[in-house]
Design a protein around this ligand. Structure first.
Ligand code: KIV
Length: 284
């Protein structure tokens, strides 16, 4: 069915209902009617408010904050306290988007009870509406307990960056029959455990399309081709804020790093040349 022929309340994930946040039920309905959606990461209130106003229906407070926001080399050092602080800011900066926060490395692998304790912190102290964690069969028990307790869970399969040291970098996952079968098994397992959605990172497009077809929950691709139900990008990559090389799967929609650098240099020149502040910026 085309969007144009839908009743007003269903027109699109973000635009359909004006007075409340997007929910996991809205995402399930979007999959049913074949509506694709976008997710972006956010780590602070101001950036989150820009994406919320732009109509992005789901914001991820990703532990990619480790390398994109907090100056670490990877996601491994990110702590629960840091996640709670950033997630709270993103929730306060938004009105419409469903806010999902990552459970960082070490905050859920010990036991399902540890996962629940930390997921509850993200929901009560930061106010997020869902959490994300990495792993398929290895995380199924944690997902099950969280879902039973009323915590919506987004799973994360394929390349799982918290395992960077075990993987020896960030290689594409799911190549070859055995790995592809395992990924499909993992996807079905997290769905059966109650996950409302699953991120597929750095997997062959054909495999991601197959997973998407076989699941009734939405798949969110990053480096997983065009066959997923949704797509996510790290906002600093998407907006050209990241310095240096970005992964092959990134499309830059702006050159924010250059624009911000130009603005800073122009400010500095004006101060040096006594062109700022001008009369209109001064009190008398
Ligand atoms: O932490 C993150 O930003 C993520 C996305 C890349 C999916 O997990």
């Amino acid at each position: 069915m085309q969007n144009g022929s839908l009743p007003a309340a269903q027109k699109s994930l973000y635009g359909g209902v004006t007075s409340r946040r997007v929910t996991v039920r809205d995402l399930a309905a979007a999959k049913q009617r074949g509506e694709r959606w976008a997710m972006l990461t956010a780590y602070d209130a101001m950036t989150a408010s820009v994406f919320d106003e732009a109509g992005i229906p789901v914001l991820l407070v990703g532990d990619s904050a480790g390398n994109c926001h907090l100056g670490y080399e990877n996601t491994v050092p990110v702590t629960m306290d840091q996640m709670v602080m950033m997630a709270g800011a993103v929730v306060r900066g938004t009105q419409r988007a469903l806010v999902v926060a990552d459970l960082p490395f070490g905050s859920y692998q010990e036991s399902p009870q540890q996962a629940l304790h930390n997921a509850v912190r993200l929901m009560k102290d930061a106010g997020v509406q869902a959490v994300k964690l990495e792993g398929g069969e290895r995380s199924a028990a944690a997902i099950e307990l969280l879902v039973q307790a009323g915590v919506p869970v987004m799973a994360h399969l394929g390349l799982t960056p918290q395992s960077v040291h075990a993987l020896g970098g960030y290689p594409v996952q799911g190549r070859g029959d055995e790995a592809a079968h395992q990924l499909l098994r993992d996807a079905k397992t997290v769905q059966a455990a109650g996950a409302f959605s699953v991120v597929l990172e750095a997997v062959p497009a054909e495999l991601a399309a197959q997973v998407t077809e076989q699941l009734h929950i939405p798949t969110v691709g990053i480096g997983a081709g065009a066959g997923c139900d949704a797509q996510v990008l790290v906002w600093t990559d998407m907006a050209g804020m990241t310095s240096g090389r970005v992964p092959k799967f990134v499309k830059k929609y702006a050159e924010l790093r250059a624009a911000l650098g130009d603005a800073a240099r122009a400010f500095q020149d004006d101060v040096r040349d006594a062109a700022f502040p001008a009369e209109e910026h001064s009190f008398h």
